[in-house]
Design a protein around this ligand. Structure first.
Ligand SMILES: *Cc1c(COP(=O)(O)O)cnc(C)c1O
Length: 470
């Protein structure tokens, strides 16, 4: 063994002790760590010939890099849709690294990590009140989950016309319908060879809505004259957290032949609360669903899962099978995740989720979801009552989409946001909503309290004054 490695192995107790203490120290002050930084690093460090061991690497990290780490996992990082990491999820994440299994097969792998993953999916189905007719697995994020689901949908579409796209490539144009697809679904259409522009945009419901207009949807379906299609629907759009009407879509599914995919990256967690559960009513009838865990479930990146109905198992294997390696066996006989999703070797991403679900239970996640919505409504109340701001969309769940009041301030929106973010107390992201420049604050972090909302409001007011916005 290399001598530095040998030294590190001997010193492992001390090394992990240091890291544990550093973790505790950071988590103890995460509330006051800046939410952004304007400092940069030079990225051209030379690689040394001989290593100097984990402790020295840690020293350099602490000197050069750690001070630039922002509080993305903290209570006032409201940009994108950013969750944090609960204590139990950190335990699961650390242990995933320690045990470092390759989560693939239930047999012939020498371990049970794939079974832990299946158990975790079953726990998630219970949390979200979804039927066991869904089979699922973990991928890195909702983008990869959308990719996995839409890849199976693509294979389904080919089969309807008698083609095998997985084997022969795309030999017929696909019909894709969607109203407000997340940018990642559009990216998936590009990655899947379908083409990012090759979808039909369905109208949204009249009024300030992003949900699909069911009448327009049916009109477009009729225009297809009985041809199959793929519907990409939304449980929680990123700007206004709007939900498609899943009961109405389920009714259409009785009449027409289509693959129904739901992107429920964060909105799926509405199912955790009796107050918001109605938003996903009927979603169990979908063919596939995308859900992120590194958002509202508050586990560390990278964690999301796909759900695909078991009846489509063969289509999924046709899409992803890796069975030309003889030692992997028959994909129908020997279950292995590598025949069901893009990756082959995989981290046991299920473990942080498993720990979280056991540690906090249904009640824990109901509380997180309801608290997030309450915090969103407090910010909403401020914006509604303050003359410097106006809402762009009603706050339906956990996302607040707003702007500076008045058309004349449209060019100042980005200036205001940069100014606010540069104060490093709260972080939000820019958006464009119905052709107006706006700002989004998304609440999914388990730590956020009323105090944080008040602190952010104070910074917003100060920014308006400092910039002289009227
Ligand atoms: C965040 C998000 C995605 C993309 O998820 P990643 O985890 O960043 O890949 C897709 N769809 C929706 C609705 C999202 O909110």
């Amino acid at each position: 063994m290399n001598t530095t490695l040998q030294q590190d192995l001997k010193d492992i107790e001390n090394i992990l002790e240091q890291v544990k203490q550093q973790g505790i120290d950071f988590l103890n002050v995460i509330d006051s760590v800046p939410t952004s930084t304007q400092n940069k690093i030079t990225t051209n460090r030379n690689l040394n010939d001989s290593g100097f061991g984990a402790m020295s690497a840690l020293e350099e990290f602490n000197q050069r890099l750690a001070p630039l780490m922002v509080s993305q996992a903290g209570p006032r990082y409201w940009g994108f849709v950013t969750g944090g990491a609960t204590p139990a999820s950190i335990v699961g994440d650390w242990l995933t690294t320690i045990y470092d299994p390759n989560a693939q097969a239930t047999k012939a792998q020498g371990g049970v990590s794939a079974l832990i993953e299946i158990e975790t999916i079953n726990l998630l189905l219970q949390l979200l009140d979804l039927p066991k007719s869904f089979l699922g697995g973990f991928v890195t994020g909702a983008t990869m989950s959308n990719f996995t689901c839409l890849a199976v949908a693509r294979q389904w579409f080919g089969k309807q016309l008698g083609y095998d796209f997985a084997k022969n490539g795309i030999t017929a144009p696909l019909n894709i319908l969607s109203a407000t697809p997340h940018s990642s679904s559009v990216k998936c259409l590009a990655m899947l060879g379908i083409g990012s522009q090759n979808f039909t945009k369905i109208k949204t419901v009249e009024g300030n809505r992003e949900a699909i207009d069911i009448t327009d949807l049916e009109l477009n379906i009729k225009n297809l004259n009985g041809k199959p299609f793929i519907l990409i629907s939304s449980a929680g759009t990123v700007n206004s957290a709007d939900f498609d009407d899943f009961n109405a879509i389920a009714k259409l599914k009785e009449k027409y032949n289509f693959w129904w995919h739901i992107d429920a990256a964060f909105g799926g967690f509405a199912a955790c609360s009796p107050k918001y559960k109605h938003l996903v009513d009927g979603w169990k009838n979908a063919d596939s669903i995308t859900i992120d865990c590194h958002k509202w479930l508050n586990v560390p990146y990278e964690s999301a899962f796909y759900l695909v109905k078991e009846q489509h198992k063969n289509l999924q294997i046709e899409t992803f099978q890796n069975s030309n390696a003889p030692y992997l066996g028959d994909p129908l006989e020997n279950f292995s995740y590598l025949n069901f999703l893009p990756e082959n070797s995989r981290r046991l991403k299920a473990l942080p989720v498993w720990f979280s679900l056991l540690a906090y239970g249904k009640q824990g996640f109901q509380d997180i979801v309801e608290n997030s919505v309450m915090m969103a409504l407090q910010l909403d109340a401020f914006i509604t009552n303050d003359e410097s701001f106006e809402l762009l969309a009603p706050t339906r769940l956990n996302n607040v989409c707003f702007t500076l009041a008045g058309e004349h301030n449209q060019e100042k929106v980005n200036l205001f946001l940069t100014h606010l973010n540069d104060k490093e107390k709260v972080f939000m992201t820019p958006t464009v909503y119905q052709n107006r420049k706006g700002i989004r604050a998304s609440f999914v972090n388990w730590r956020t309290t009323e105090f944080d909302v008040q602190l952010a409001i104070a910074e917003m007011k100060a920014s308006v004054l400092e910039l002289g916005i009227k």
